[in-house]
Ligand binder design. Sequence first.
Ligand code: IFM
Length: 446
Amino acid sequence: MSGHLFPENFLFGTATAAYQVEGAVNEDGRGTSIWDVFSHTPGKTLEGQTGDVACDHYHRFRDDIAMMTDLGMKSYRFSVAWPRIFPEKGAFNQKGVDFYKRLLEELHSHHLIPAVTLYHWDLPQWVEEEGGWRSRETIPYFVDYAETMFRELGDMVPLWITHNEPWCTSFLGHAFGQHAPGHTDWREALSVSHHLLLSHGEVVESFRHSGQKGQIGITLNLTPTEAGTRQPDDLAIAQIVDGNSNRWFLDPLFHGAYPEDMVAFYSQTFGPLDFIQQGDLSKIATPIDFLGINYYSRNRVVYDEKSELFGIRMLPPEGEPTEMGWEVHPESLYHLLKRVEREYTSIPLYITENGAAYEDKVVDGQVHDEKRKEFLRDHFLASAKFLQEGGNLKGYYVWSLMDNFEWSFGYSKRFGIVYVDYATQERLVKDSAKWYQQVIRTRSLG
Ligand code: IFM
């Protein structure tokens, strides 16, 4: 393909999240989040690493924005740390809001368009102590926080994202125990997924009533799932995995109903889903302005009666995986975008995250991250194909602007297109960032 692959107003950017980059966990009145508690609990993260300092973005955001500007970025996706705004129950913290005002003003002065995520996993600990996302009572707290943000920052934010990857909050956090708060109860995880979706719907409703000018959507991590063979058992298990990863979120948001096969499967396995109340589904399906998609890899699965996870066995990746062990499969991004368009919605789509962790080496002050460049090129090509076929894709955020705290993996996985030396906080622009700069400038892939 040659010429301009991306339209002139295409939003090229990078993404980060508060707990992964900000640091400054005890500054300006920030309260404790579930990730502070989790990462400080022995055995929960690699070598006990925490986000206490992270990339020190809280203090270095001006330099980081200057760097994004030099790289020609059009947009920056970041998240607000809820515990900076409401550190304790009923306590509003103006200093927390002021930080995000400074950040937004700096972005505006550099003509960078902000995309702001309200919830990227750092629940205030006081909310967790009242039952966290397991409790329906958390929804009004989230609505209150969101309304505060709309009021305080609304003039400066054109794109709002309610939740980032509710699958992770629900299942990594409450079924697999790998994320905060580290629970291992599937029934709980299902109630969490419902409360997250419902809180999303209520926040969208409230956003509409507020008369805000911006747009609002949600970001899902979607993982295309294929059966390893055409055997009925394998096809059936692939259907369940697809139901859990993708349809459990897409169906209620766009069709106003949970998928029937999954409702049957979950209620047979875990008992009645009585946390779903009359009227909830229509709230969840409140129309949104765009859908954010985070895409990293695909799943291939087979049925294995020995597997304790409902008979699911994941097949190993084909080809060389990334440092996360994830298969590299750009074709699945194209098929995923087509599926969302065919089965769910024609509203604008954004790839709100895509990227790869690879082991990076600094040689003479340079990082020649060929694999990441190739990964990004192939995924950009897949999305360009979707665009050329008339797909409604409006932007693409590479995960991540810079290396950062990769949750339970600590600092061991580097996703950045900018390298961070954690000892000095020095930033080094990797080759992939220089390549991305050319992509943005030429709107083609060279
Ligand atoms: O680092 C995470 C991010 O917080 C959410 N999406 C996936 C990324 C890579 O694992």
